[in-house]
Ligand binder design. Structure first.
Ligand code: GLY
Length: 307
């Protein structure tokens, strides 16, 4: 039995955007589910679903990625396969059309797990992964959010990512933070895929949890697969993905996710959300932010959405 679930990022997403977030996630699940129904691997399905979310300007990844302090849409992405713990990730890449495809190319190449910066883009060129003008990833909304944050910083003298910065604020005013998909294929294979534009106004060079195995992304045939979203530093410091998957083994998976999110918030301060699939195909999602677009489907059942 196959199953798939995606998220469009956790954050302070205004209510009027809920329908857009649900619809975008549903479109991603439809693409992933169609592949799984034809016998595709969980890895192919999760990657394809994330590609849909990267191409949708609603979400903070690919087109619509938030801008760093220099106003650049640098992105991070990762894919992981549960059977053999194969893992490919990229950080701080600019001008790669679909960062999730580059993460997959790193996984398939197999020599390394995580490539960053201009050298990762060079790897994309060599591997035949499509590049693009970085302007392709800019949207009016991300430019507006960046400009507003700059003006607010200039007015208040308060810089983002300092000790007094509220991580919730940093998750974006009109969009979630990060997109992700996890899937189980008909043969029992598991995979996770995550892609993000990171936090608005992040320090140039900052890499969050998304491309770090065990923090923002993880897949292990014995535990399940998980993609996280939210304040990356909180997920990194709590090794969120691995610990949440471990906690989900012995408890109700939704409650385990929520408890892991609340524990991370209590210990480090940031909020977020996550989706997971267990080895038996059960799906779960949870958030402790205002919203998070979610869609999922299990073989033989109707597609569902949540927010
Ligand atoms: N969760 C994505 C990030 O903080 O970069």
């Amino acid at each position: 039995m196959w199953s798939i679930i995606v998220h469009g990022g956790a954050g302070a997403i205004p209510g009027p955007l809920e329908a857009q977030h649900r619809a975008g996630c549903a479109r991603a699940v439809e693409v992933g589910a169609a592949l799984l129904a034809r016998g595709a691997s969980a890895l192919d399905a999760a990657q394809a679903a994330v590609r849909v979310l990267e191409d949708d300007p609603t979400f903070n990844a690919g087109v619509g990625a938030t801008l760093d302090a220099r106003g650049l849409p640098l992105t991070d992405a990762a894919v992981m396969r549960g059977e053999d713990l194969a893992y490919g990730a990229v950080g701080q890449v600019l001008g790669v059309r679909n960062p999730i495809d580059l993460a997959r190319a790193v996984l398939e190449d197999g020599r390394h797990c995580l490539l960053v910066g201009p050298n990762a883009v060079e790897f994309a060129r060599d591997a035949g992964v499509a590049l693009c003008d970085p302007a392709r990833h800019l949207t009016e909304a991300t430019i507006r959010a960046y400009t507003a944050r700059r003006e607010e910083e200039a007015r208040s003298g308060r810089r983002a990512a300092t000790a007094d910065w509220d991580p919730q604020e940093g998750l974006g005013v009109d969009r979630g933070n990060t997109v992700g998909a996890v899937a189980r294929d008909a043969a029992g294979g598991l995979a996770a895929a995550t892609s993000t534009g990171g936090l608005l106004m992040r320090y140039p060079g900052r890499v969050g949890d998304s491309p770090v195995a065990g923090a923002g992304t993880y897949a292990d045939a014995e535990l399940g697969a998980l993609s996280a979203t939210g304040h990356g530093e909180t997920m990194l410091r709590t090794v969120f993905a691995l610990r949440a998957l471990q906690a989900a083994q012995a408890a109700d998976p939704t409650e385990a996710l929520l408890a892991a999110l609340d524990d991370a918030r209590a210990r480090v301060g940031g909020k977020g959300g996550a989706i997971l699939v267990l080895p038996d195909g059960r799906l779960a999602h949870a958030r402790n932010t205002r919203g998070m677009g979610v869609a999922g489907q299990r073989e033989g059942e109707a597609l569902f959405t949540a927010f």
